[in-house]
Every structure is written in C-alpha cells, then in structure tokens.
Write a protein that binds this ligand. Sequence first.
Ligand SMILES: CC(C)(COP(=O)(O)OP(=O)(O)OC[C@H]1O[C@@H](n2cnc3c(N)ncnc32)[C@H](O)[C@@H]1OP(=O)(O)O)[C@@H](O)C(=O)NCCC(=O)NCCS
Length: 243
Amino acid sequence: MNISDPSFRLEKQIKLPEDEVHLWRVDLARVAHEEEKWKQVLSEDERKRAARFHFARDCQNFTATRALLRTVLGSYTACDPSHLVFCYSDKEKPSLSPDHLGDRIEFNVSHSGTIALLAFSRGRMLGVDVEQIREDLEHEALARRFFSPHEQQQLAAAPENDRIHAFFRCWTRKEAYIKATGIGLSLPLRDFDVSLVPGDENAMLSTRPDAREAARWSLREVPTDEGYVAALCVEGHGWRLQS
Ligand SMILES: CC(C)(COP(=O)(O)OP(=O)(O)OC[C@H]1O[C@@H](n2cnc3c(N)ncnc32)[C@H](O)[C@@H]1OP(=O)(O)O)[C@@H](O)C(=O)NCCC(=O)NCCS
C-alpha cells in the first residue's frame, strides 16, 4: 500500500485480520510538504517535538509520517486519528494507549531518505526497518562493531559487488528484530545471528542464550524502492504480508 498523494485520507474502516501484516509505504518526497495539513492531526506534544527538529525537512518528514500513522491507525480502530493517544516504553517504542487494548493493534515505523514504512498487525509484536543504501560509511568497521562473528563471516564471503547491499541487509534485519522486541540497543547485537542471503524469508538464524527465541519470530526482507533495503520482523509464523 502506497501513500504518495498529499490529499490521502481513508473514508472507511480497513480490516486487519490476525493472519495478515500490513505494510504501508509513504513517499515523503511527495506528501511531506503539506505540513500545515498534517499538523492538524498531531497531538500537542507531537507538534512540540516537530518544532524541535533543527532541519525543516526533518520536521516535515516527522509531521507527515506521524499524521499518516494516525490516519491509518484511525481506520483500523474506527477512531478519529487526532484523538488517538500513544504511550511509550522506557526505550521510547510507541504503542496505542491502554484505551485501545481491545483492538490489539501493534505497529512500528521506520524512515530513511524520502521513505517511511508503517507496519501493522493484530496481536503480533513487530518491527520494521528501512535504510537508504549509503556507500560512504565505514562498513567494515561498523560490521566489526555491531555484527556477530557469523554475520561478519557471511559479509566477508559476499561477492565484492554485493557487499554494501549485504551490509544493509544485515543491518536492517538486526534492526527490525530489536525494534520488534522494543528493547533497543540494550539487546546485545552479537547475541543473535541473521542471514544475509538476498530475499531470505526465514532470516532469523539463531539467538543466544535462549536458542528457542529464534523460532518465536519471522524475519524477512521486504521489497522496497531502488537504493533502499528494508526488513520486517513479526512475532509468530503463518501470516501473510499485504503491501
Ligand atoms: C528507534 C531505534 C530502535 C531505531 O532507530 P532508527 O533506525 O534510527 O530509526 P527508524 O526510522 O528505523 O525508527 C524510528 C521509529 O521507531 C519507533 N521507535 C522508537 N523507539 C523504538 C524502540 N525502542 N523500539 C522500536 N521502535 C521504536 C518510533 O516510531 C520512531 O519513529 P518516530 O521517532 O518518528 O516516532 C533506535 O533507538 C536505535 O536504538 N537504533 C539502533 C541503531 C544501531 O546501532 N543499530 C545497529 C544495527 S546492526
């Protein structure tokens, strides 16, 4: 599902069955300039947060992404988007306030460059990550710092012309998992291994110290724009992706 029209709105309730995960792509280059319109949907604390961004573009991107997150959530929960209340974990992961516990809607957001991805499920924890591929990073140093030994071996074995993509496949898959758990970087990044295989639909290889944790999650690459890599991590198996 693609949002690239600045007049985007949802008139009726969208169904989110338990065996589906919905992934929306926001084309920030085409919608973020409608800042005044998106601001109307935000809460007071969100407007204050938007005003604190140093760069106007970051402010616009945050405002549009948060307003569209509210718009889609409003449709799943049959609520006015501007009335939704978020709460935040101690690691800042947003979720719907306990008023909406009955809906069991889980969501996660990621943005990079001119894209935002919004992922939704009913009753399944989930995390999404999108990264714009950058060639100007110290990939090898970052891999040594953040990737597990098995991931570093896979990266070293990747064909040279695929190595930067392989780096971002690893990064987004790890990030999607830590975002799904909500624990953030207090989860040691070397305590789990992901696959770097392109398009792998079962990319969670192993977890330590509890090996059973790996089977609890489905981790996969999701298709996205040229020049970007994205991954989605969802609790449980047997769901279908609608995107
Ligand atoms: C939020 C975090 C988990 C991801 O940040 P990021 O990749 O820079 O940013 P993304 O765009 O993918 O995600 C940001 C969104 O995730 C959500 N989020 C915030 N904290 C979160 C958390 N603890 N868990 C899950 N989602 C979170 C928010 O909706 C946020 O968007 P918002 O600020 O517009 O509301 C970050 O705090 C973090 O810990 N990053 C780790 C970076 C790193 O070193 N990764 C190594 C990978 S190998």
